[in-house]
Every structure is written in C-alpha cells, then in structure tokens.
Design a protein around this ligand. Structure first.
Ligand SMILES: Cc1cc2nc3c(=O)[nH]c(=O)nc-3n(C[C@H](O)[C@H](O)[C@H](O)COP(=O)(O)OP(=O)(O)OC[C@H]3O[C@@H](n4cnc5c(N)ncnc54)[C@H](O)[C@@H]3O)c2cc1C
Length: 395
C-alpha cells in the first residue's frame, strides 16, 4: 500500500471502465498528449482567426486519428467505434468546441454514411481521401425551413439522364466553407417526406454549387459554419449514396453515433473543466484562505462532479450497447439529453467559481460556456430528444 501526502492510503489505479480496454487507454494517453502539445496551444489563435487550419486534418491523418474505426483496406486503423469514442472524449481538452466540431463533423457524421452505405467506388473516391486528410467532408441536412422536421426538407433533386439536377439550400453546415464534398439530403419525389429523401455527394467545383454565406456564431468560433446554395447542380448517378428514396434510414442510422459522440465530448469537456477548477480552488485565496475551503464552493464542485459521473455512466452504458450492435436508441437519446445540458451547467458553475477571472478569455471558461451551449440544440434539440423518449416509452 502506498501512502499519500497526508499519510492516507492512495487510491489504487483504476482498471479501464468497459467498453474501454488497456489498449483503448494507451490510445487515450497518446491522443491526450497530442491534444495538449499540438492543439491546445493554438486554441485561442484559431478562435480569433474564426478558422482552424486544414493542416490539422493532415496531421491527424498522419497519426491515424481520422480513420480509427475504419478498415485497413480503406486506409483506416482497423479499430472500432470504441477507438473513435476515445478521440471524441479527448478532443475537448484542446479547449475549442469549434475544433472538436470540425473534426467530429468529418470523422463522426459525414464519412460514416459513406462507409456504411457507399459503393466500393464511392469509398475509394470519398472515404479513403478523407481518412488521408486530403478531402474534408461535411454533412448537409438542415435547411432554412427545415431543421428538427427533417421530413420537411425542400432541396429538390430532379431526375435527368445520367443523374439529378439539384436546386435548394442548406444552412448551419459545419465544415461547409472548407468541405471538398457535402453528403447532402435531397428530396427525390415531389412529396418528399420520409419515403422521398435520398443522399447525394455534392462536390466542390460542381457547377451551380456555392457557399452563399459563412455564418457568425455565439461559440464554436474556430469552426466554419455555412449556408450553401444549389442552383441547377448536375450530380451524376454514381454520387447517389445508398438507395434512392431511402435516405431517411441513413439519417436515423447516423443520428445514433452523432449523439453518442456529442455525449462523449460533453463528458470530456466536464472532466477537463472540473480538473482545472479544483486546481484554481486550491490556488486562489479570499478572506485569508483558499476558496476551496468555502463550503458553498465545495458543494458546488460536488454537484459538478455528480453531473459528470452521471453523464459518464449513462454515456458509457449507451456506448457499450451501441458497440455490441444492440438497439441503443433509448439510451443514446437519454445520454444526449443529460450530458449536453450538464456540460453547459458545469461550465457555467466553473465560471462562477473563478469569479472575475472566469469572465476573462485567458481562463478559457467563457469559451467553454459559449461552446457547450450548442449541445442542447445541435444533433437534435432537447425537445426532440424528449419526443423520442416519449415514443420509446410507448406514448
Ligand atoms: C453551430 C451549428 C452547427 C450545425 N451543424 C450542422 C451540420 O453540420 N449539418 C446539419 O445538417 N445541421 C447542422 N446544424 C443544425 C442543427 O442540427 C439544427 O439547428 C437543429 O437540429 C435544430 O433545428 P432548427 O435550428 O431548424 O430548429 P427548429 O427545428 O426550427 O426548432 C426551433 C424550436 O422548436 C422546437 N421544436 C421543433 N419541433 C418540435 C417538436 N416536435 N416538439 C417540441 N419542440 C419542437 C425546437 O426544439 C426548438 O426549440 C448545426 C447547427 C448549429 C447551430
């Protein structure tokens, strides 16, 4: 038994919590080192520039981090979703929600449908260069008049000889400015709705496809969020992803992983925020003692830790089910609902504990608070999560 500074037994090192194994923990250590050394030092610079450089993709590709879950035959690392989960949990330590969003949109939501539903040719043209960091991907579903109500999409693809002609627009698209291709949801029947949606891969440079606006946001400043316009864009047949008119199933399949990724990101964010807040509570003094000695603040910290552990438990539970191939819709939805609000509340509490310093940019908490506010909106709002849960509960 080893004794700690106060002569009390030190906690034994924990074994990894399933589904994580020693191998995943080794990966975690490597990613954490990379994030601390190569990303975190640039977080403020990238926030100010409203852009993180594309070289981040190239560097992460070099380290194998853009293809953790993809098979080696496509240039991936041959891992699984749990490897990708480690990346999602560790990226928030860079302290830039925008960076996590840009990487997450590429690896977590735009490329998985190509892997799952794409033809060999599409995997070669779109997935493999994305894993190599040579092409950047975005997922385009949301439109000015349709967000939560996906069945209400209006962007229309008219069938013509050899492909489709697309007209319409998308908005709030992460990576939308820099993307080399956008995995785009379109209506392929006049009625649209659940039975009339399809996905087309729309590529930069296709005539009639343009970025109509780069949007200014409350947070996620390092990421580019765009409005996209499609004016008579001809998209060839070989860019149809999955089956025609079956796009709604692709959306549903994609949402589970997106929501898990967001939950893992929230857990990683809370973990880092609490760690830094404890350090601050030991250093900062008021009324002749460290502020950590004030019961009111210690209780606040205890509640923050509780939110973290509840979020972690539910997220890992959902991840275990998802990774085992079970239907985890209910647990993933619950995790998304719990963790996104929790991460914002924890950031706000940490900001309060830091006093005036919390309001200053250099302590990074104002950024975390702004960045985490997106959680209860993006990837399906809290209200939509509750609607799904209501249905899951039989109502
Ligand atoms: C920074 C950012 C990045 C994003 N990135 C992407 C991206 O990469 N790709 C992409 O396709 N989309 C992206 N989105 C879009 C995001 O997924 C949507 O904003 C979200 O799904 C909500 O849709 P909406 O904004 O149209 O809100 P709306 O659907 O208009 O909702 C407005 C309000 O009504 C509520 N509401 C709607 N329906 C119901 C209901 N049935 N019951 C109760 N309340 C309801 C909502 O919860 C919300 O409070 C991004 C958004 C942001 C802000």
């Amino acid at each position: 038994m080893t004794l700690g500074a106060k002569g009390l037994p030190e906690a034994a090192p924990r074994r990894p919590i399933p589904p994580f194994t020693e191998e995943h923990e080794d990966l975690r250590e490597a990613i954490r080192r990379f994030v601390e050394r190569e990303l975190r030092p640039h977080a403020q610079e990238w926030e100010d520039a409203r852009w993180f450089p594309n070289e981040v993709f190239t560097r992460m590709a070099e380290l194998g981090y853009l293809g953790l879950k993809y098979p080696e035959e496509h240039g991936g690392q041959g891992g699984d979703f749990v490897h990708d989960a480690v990346l999602s949990e560790e990226l928030p330590r860079a302290g830039s929600g925008g960076l996590s969003a840009g990487i997450g949109a590429h690896t977590g939501i735009a490329t998985p449908p190509i892997w799952k539903f794409g033809t060999d040719d599409q995997k070669r043209r779109f997935l493999e260069p994305a894993i190599r960091g040579e092409k950047i991907a975005a997922l385009g579903i949301t439109e000015p008049d349709a967000g939560s109500d996906v069945a209400g999409l209006r962007t229309f693809a008219r069938k013509v000889d050899g492909g489709w002609v697309v007209n319409g627009s998308k908005t709030f698209i992460t990576n939308g400015v820099r993307a080399d291709y956008v995995v785009t949801a379109v209506k392929t029947t006049e009625e649209g709705g659940h039975q009339g949606l399809s996905f087309l891969v729309i590529e930069k440079g296709m005539e009639g496809f343009s970025v109509s606006r780069k949007l200014e946001k409350m947070g996620w400043h390092a990421s580019d969020t765009a409005e996209l316009a499609f004016e008579d864009v001809f998209v060839p047949e070989e860019n149809l992803l999955g089956e025609e008119n079956r796009g709604f199933y692709l959306i549903v399949a994609n949402f589970q992983w997106e929501r898990l990724l967001m939950s893992l990101g929230a857990v990683g964010s809370m973990d880092a925020v609490i760690e830094r807040t404890v350090a601050f509570m030991k250093e900062r003094s008021a009324f002749g003692r460290p502020i950590g000695k004030f019961q009111a603040l210690r209780h606040k910290l205890a509640e923050m830790a509780l939110k973290l552990e509840a979020s972690r438990s539910l997220t890992y539970h959902a991840l275990r089910l998802f990774a085992a191939g079970e239907d985890a819709t209910r647990e993933v939805t619950e995790a998304k609902l719990l963790t996104q609000r929790a991460a914002f509340e924890v950031a706000d509490d940490a900001l309060q504990i830091h006093g005036g310093a919390g309001y200053m940019k250099e302590y990074e908490l104002e950024r975390v608070a702004r960045d985490t506010r997106l959680g209860p909106i993006g990837g399906g709002t809290d209200e939509i999560m509750k609607e799904i849960l209501g249905k899951q509960l039989g109502l």
